[in-house]
Design a protein around this ligand. Structure first.
Ligand code: SF4
Ligand code: SF4
Length: 176
């Protein structure tokens, strides 16, 4: 793992990141998300602030059975608001997917943090590559693909630091 010069906190007050995996700069994926929805088959963790916004918009999210949307809440300080609920799986995919698209995309602040960051994830203060990435490819690094979302969540200082790490990690790989 690479230790950062300081801790970086997500815009919603969490997660707090102090290390990054070098694999962010090495593992490759397709250049952009085409919204195929294949990464949604297990549902996702929805942080409490996004949950509140989704529930406020429940009337606007047509065609879903409100009672089936979420599983039991979990407390977890790595998530904004101190916890999350799991979005349920129905018909083999996340309850918020319709015709292969996420219905939460169109509602500001509703898309869960873990979905915005994908194919990056976080665990115990470490930013790392998500476990299952259906859109692996040879076009860009995981870091390059997630850079704009990292910027909006953690700010420019983190990006500047990660850019420096990216150069040094790639130099070391080329020497091997
Ligand atoms: S599998 Fe990849 S391309 Fe498809 S929706 Fe998920 S992130 Fe986007
Ligand atoms: S909330 Fe949207 S992006 Fe996240 S898993 Fe569900 S359908 Fe996919």
């Amino acid at each position: 793992m690479i230790s950062l010069s300081r801790k970086y906190v997500g815009v919603g007050g969490a997660p707090e990141i102090s290390q990054v995996s070098p694999w962010l700069f090495i593992e490759m994926v397709s250049s952009s998300c085409v919204g195929c929805g294949r990464c949604c088959s297990n549902g996702c963790d929805v942080e409490f602030p996004a949950l509140g916004k989704i529930l406020n918009l429940a009337e606007s999210i047509q065609g879903f059975d409100y009672d089936l949307w979420f599983e039991t809440p979990c407390l977890d300080l790595e998530f904004p608001g101190g916890g999350f609920v799991r979005a349920s799986v129905q018909n083999g995919t996340c309850v918020f997917q319709r015709d292969g698209k996420c219905v939460l995309h169109s509602f500001s602040g509703c898309k869960p943090l873990v979905c915005r960051l994908f194919p990056i994830t976080f665990d115990l203060g470490i930013l790392k590559v998500a476990a299952d990435i259906p859109c692996r490819g040879l076009e860009v690094s995981v870091y390059a693909r997630a850079q704009q979302d990292l910027l909006s969540i953690f700010g420019r200082d983190l990006i500047q630091e990660l850019d420096r790490f990216c150069v040094s990690v790639l130099r070391s790989v080329k020497k091997c």
